[in-house]
Design a protein around this ligand. Structure first.
Ligand SMILES: NC(=O)c1ccc[n+]([C@@H]2O[C@H](COP(=O)([O-])OP(=O)(O)OC[C@H]3O[C@@H](n4cnc5c(N)ncnc54)[C@H](OP(=O)(O)O)[C@@H]3O)[C@@H](O)[C@H]2O)c1
Length: 243
């Protein structure tokens, strides 16, 4: 079945995605910083699924290492799933450029650096798929998280362009836009139960959408309609809302 490269593999959603793909017969490359922390998880997956699972070191901000990282993968992946993300602290990022820079680079620049390399390889092979996890936060800028939101908007746009470019080479690019998900990223937030998913639900939705070669996935599905409404508010009204 080949290898799936999961980037940002220590993320709660990524671990659920890894489980899902291994259970469905795929071997895995789990790429993360401090990847040895995934050793026990990988061992457990190997025992339960009899798949090959390798943990590999990757810092998405270490751009100069990305080509070497990819070249060193002995068996090239049949699919890549990008899950790295950094929410950051909006109020800090408004006045401290270092924090703003980290948000932009982790969510966007790093993705571009690595996925450009993957895209070139897949294009040559005329085979493969790319899944990029963006966010509903990228659909419209809001006062409470526009640094994270704008970096995800850039990622969404990048993935859209990539899809357009790679379509003729038989490569599907899926953009995933989760709403609220119960993970380490949101543990300080008071999330509304009805609108909040668990990593396992997101993993299930991603797997199904990717296998069906979908282009864009909102998960939970209701977020598609919530964002449709949020996007049609006229700017004169939207700016008065404290969102
Ligand atoms: N949770 C939500 O409500 C929600 C909603 C919409 C979209 N998303 C997106 O879903 C994806 C997964 O997030 P999550 O909710 O599962 O949160 P998470 O557990 O905090 O995952 C984020 C991951 O990004 C990794 N990361 C950050 N900087 C990195 C770097 N420089 N190099 C390599 N890895 C780095 C983190 O690595 P460490 O483990 O080493 O810190 C962490 O594993 C993210 O792209 C996030 O933006 C989440």
């Amino acid at each position: 079945m080949g290898y799936i490269l999961i980037i940002g593999a220590k993320s709660d959603i990524a671990m659920a995605v890894a489980r899902k793909y291994a259970e469905n017969g795929f071997n895995l490359y789990l790429a993360a910083r401090k990847s040895s922390k995934l050793n026990a998880f990988a061992k457990d997956l190997i025992i339960r699924t009899s798949r090959d699972v390798k943990c590999i070191e990757l810092d998405i901000l270490d751009y100069s290492s990305h080509k070497r990282f990819y070249d060193n993968l002995r068996m090239k992946p049949v699919g890549v799933i990008f899950l790295v993300g950094y929410l950051g602290i909006q109020v800090d990022a408004q006045s401290n450029f270092e924090e703003a820079h980290k948000i932009i680079d982790t969510n966007f620049t790093g993705a571009v650096s690595l996925l450009n390399i993957v895209a070139d390889d897949f294009e040559k092979q005329k085979n493969g798929f790319i899944v990029g996890v963006s966010s509903v936060a990228g659909d419209r800028g809001r006062g409470s998280n526009y640094l994270y939101g704008s970096s995800k908007a850039a990622l969404t746009n990048y993935l859209s362009g990539l899809r357009n470019r790679l379509h003729v080479s038989n490569i599907n690019v899926l953009t995933v836009k989760p709403g609220f998900v119960n993970t380490r990223m949101t543990k300080e937030m008071n999330l509304p139960n009805k609108l909040t998913s668990y990593p396992e639900d997101i993993a299930e939705d991603i797997y199904i959408a990717q296998q069906r070669k979908k282009n864009v996935l909102y998960t939970k599905w209701v977020w598609k309609w919530i964002m449709t409404v949020i996007k049609i508010f006229p700017e004169w009204l939207f700016k008065r809302m404290s969102l």
